[in-house]
Ligand binder design. Structure first.
Ligand code: ADP
Ligand code: MG
Length: 348
């Protein structure tokens, strides 16, 4: 099946700055797609080109197979929700949501029906007559979403939509956004710099670095199979051990690690073994490292253990039951183990 959106080698230069550098990606109909990258990696510029607010310096954008690269924003079936909600302060919730449909001069009865439907979707039926300053941050967020969704775009673009919310509300809204997207059946592209948010919400994640597409895949793929050291470090927590290849294994300070990954090209000049904290156990494994407990951090569900080893500091996560069965204290000697299967190898 043809993807809804095809981005082909899109590029944007501002003078000497290349903000987006030859990005190609496809987004399927009904997909929840996340653009993830550090500040300045080109996320907003890419989104603005998809919305038509920025002219690409090169490349093409296809929607349903039709080239829309030169189509002005108001003629694209695409809606961009800005980082600031930009609600009309003097209008009620209902008037804010219906405004776009009134501009389209739709029949009054249809407008009323569609606005009622959206008020139901965002679960704010009771607050339709309030003004924005009588709403909480999360409620304003939902009204802004409703205003974008009521026009039934083929594609909704959201730039850091949850950026203004506090941590707890943010987690709740992540699930809410996913539910909403499912319910309305509209394709979402969401920009975020928060890797955890991307993992929780998205069907697929594209990682941008310096305007280039570094990796694109499902949350599981980018988390379990990061393409390089940068991607491994950017998403989640990762332990790295630098060393040199010897007889197909990686020789690091004080240990030798095996991996199911092939030894990377150019590894003779140095390579890096990487393992996630939750893959490390107490006790020996195919890869084993001895160390001393430096510190412990309690996280409720699990315990984060920081261990000093000859190969460098290591972080691991113990579930509450394991931590309780074997109480540890700073200074205690420990043996850490993990499997070759959970060991990634990258060029240094
Ligand atoms: N209008 C502009 N003029 C000049 N440089 C810009 C403009 N917009 C963005 N940039 C530059 O392009 C790069 C990418 O910016 P942006 O797309 O906003 O990144 P992100 O949203 O990932 O933080 C940055 O180096 C930024 O300074
Ligand atoms: Mg931005």
């Amino acid at each position: 099946m043809r993807p809804l959106l095809e981005v082909q080698g899109i590029e944007k230069r501002f003078g000497t700055v290349t903000a987006v550098d030859g990005v190609s990606l496809d987004v399927a109909e009904n997909e929840f797609f996340a653009l993830l990258g550090a500040s300045g990696s080109g996320k907003t510029t890419l989104l603005r080109m998809l919305a038509g607010f920025e002219d690409p310096s090169g490349g093409r954008v296809l929607l349903d197979g039709a080239d829309i690269t030169k189509v002005p924003p108001n003629h694209r079936p695409v809606n961009l929700m800005f980082q600031s909600y930009a609600l009309f302060p003097h209008m009620t919730v209902r008037a804010n949501i219906s405004y776009g449909l009134e501009m389209e001069r739709l029949p009054k009865a249809e407008i009323a029906r569609r606005v009622d439907e959206m008020l139901g979707v965002i679960q704010l039926e009771g607050l339709a007559h309030r003004k924005p300053d009588q709403l909480s941050g999360g409620q304003k967020q939902r009204v802004a979403l409703a205003r974008a969704l009521v026009k039934r775009p083929r594609l909704l673009l959201l730039d850091e939509p949850l950026g203004a919310l506090d941590k707890k509300l943010r987690s709740a809204m992540q699930l809410e956004l996913k539910r909403l997207q499912h319910e309305v059946g509209i394709t979402f592209i969401v920009v975020t710099h928060d890797q955890e948010e991307a993992l929780v919400m998205a069907d697929r994640i594209a990682i941008l670095k310096d305007g280039k597409l570094l990796q694109c895949g499902t949350p599981r793929e980018v988390y379990e199979r990061p393409i390089d050291r940068y991607a491994a470090d950017f998403i989640g927590v990762m332990n790295f051990f630098e060393g040199y290849p010897q007889d197909g294994a990686l020789q690091v300070k004080g240990a030798t690690f095996t991996s199911t990954d092939p030894m990377p090209q150019g590894a003779a000049a140095g390579a890096v073994a990487a393992v996630r904290p939750e893959r490390i156990r107490l006790g020996r494994g195919e890869n084993t490292l001895a160390g001393t407990v430096r510190a412990m951090a309690y996280h409720g569900l699990d315990l984060q253990l920081h261990v000093d080893t000859a190969a460098g500091p290591v972080t691991l996560r113990l579930t509450a039951d394991v931590a309780e069965a074997q109480p540890l204290h700073p200074g205690d000697p420990v043996t850490l183990g993990w499997s070759a299967r959970d060991t990634r190898l990258f060029p240094a």
